[in-house]
Design a protein. Sequence first.
Length: 84
Amino acid sequence: MRYEANLMAQKIQGREEGEIKGRIIGRAEGRAEGLTNLILGFGESGLSDEIIFSQAKKRYGKYFTDEQIKQFMNEAKGTALQEA
């Protein structure tokens, strides 16, 4: 009986940990998608890279480094060129 209770407690703990990790991953993916959409939207508006970078850093700078934002900008440009 004690074994079964322990096993059930471990399953519950594992499920809770999985849900927490899933939420963290989901938020990170959402931020990445939001940053990409921001870059693409501003790029389509004809704004300069400096302004786009400044706005992206202002909104997402606490989640991404400058280098990561620049990488997103380069990837977004590649995506925009492929779609054209």
